[in-house]
Design a protein around this ligand. Structure first.
Ligand code: CIR
Length: 258
């Protein structure tokens, strides 16, 4: 099934080495290696039958390669978020230009203060969206998102997060009712109706895979997850994201897919 036609990414900037990190995966990113991994990521996406818009690095925002957070793109509209991380908040103004190439102003919506929301907290399952209430996404942000989605005939429900940074750090939808779940999401009632694939704890990082037009991109180095995804019948590609992992970032964080 072809669902996505476009992808937006932003090149990592040199300042990425100062990006936000929880320290869960220790070490400073190696910038040159991060660039190479980003090249590989773009190549993998191109194999999934999408065009890729590559935005220039923005040195003002160390975490700006994680374009998933300042915007959410749905089948009917684009939503510019209001990132809860202070050092990232300005990224919302820098993503608008790219979004305008695909949506007219009547179909670009905004999450406004005091609402905060980051795209990493939003998981699209058809016309329903799960939203993580996290340190970055607050109740008012979720209320505004619900209102915006309703305007376009889409729905939304809140998932409370306890441990992870963003919702999609720990749970990702692969279409066809298949969902990768790890840690706190394994037993969550919210996801009871899906065909859940439970990710072993030692491979928890790889819960963040992305489905792109029937191919699933899996982070390199997670054999159990790779096999589980292949056993579901998907074509797979692997990309090493070691330098982004040090900043708690994964495959989904690095692109907007629509
Ligand atoms: C941050 O803490 O905001 C970045 N270092 C990582 C963002 C990861 N993005 C995502 O999960 N969507």
């Amino acid at each position: 099934m072809k669902k996505f036609n476009h992808v937006i990414v932003r090149r990592p900037c040199k300042a990425m080495v100062e990006g936000i990190t929880s320290g869960l995966y220790p070490g400073k990113p190696d910038y040159e290696l991060a660039l190479k991994e980003h090249d590989d990521y773009i190549e993998a996406l191109k194999k999934c039958d999408v065009d890729v818009t590559v935005l220039e690095a923005d040195e003002r925002y160390p975490d700006s390669c994680f374009v998933e957070d300042p915007a959410l793109i749905t089948r009917a509209c684009a939503i510019i978020t209001n990132p809860g991380a202070e050092s990232r908040n300005g990224e919302k103004d820098e993503i608008i230009g790219a979004v305008r190439k695909f949506f007219d102003d009547d179909h670009i919506e905004y999450i406004k203060a005091p609402g905060t929301l980051e795209g990493g907290d939003v998981m699209m399952c058809g016309d329903h969206f799960y939203v993580g209430r996290s340190a970055r996404t607050n109740e008012e942000g979720i209320r505004q998102l619900t209102e915006i989605l309703a305007k376009y005939g889409m729905t939304c429900s809140e998932v409370k997060l306890e441990e992870v940074l963003h919702l999609k750090t720990g749970v990702n939808y692969l279409e066809d009712n298949n969902m990768l779940v790890s840690g706190e999401f394994v037993d969550k009632e919210d996801f009871a109706s899906y065909n859940k694939v439970v990710i072993p704890e030692e491979e928890a990082y790889a819960a963040n895979c992305i489905w792109v037009n029937d191919t699933v991109i899996v982070p390199e180095g997670y054999p159990a997850v790779l096999k589980a995804v292949q056993d579901l019948g998907y074509k797979t590609l692997t990309v090493d994201t070691s330098e982004y992992r040090k900043l708690d970032g994964g495959l989904s964080c690095l692109s907007l897919r629509f």
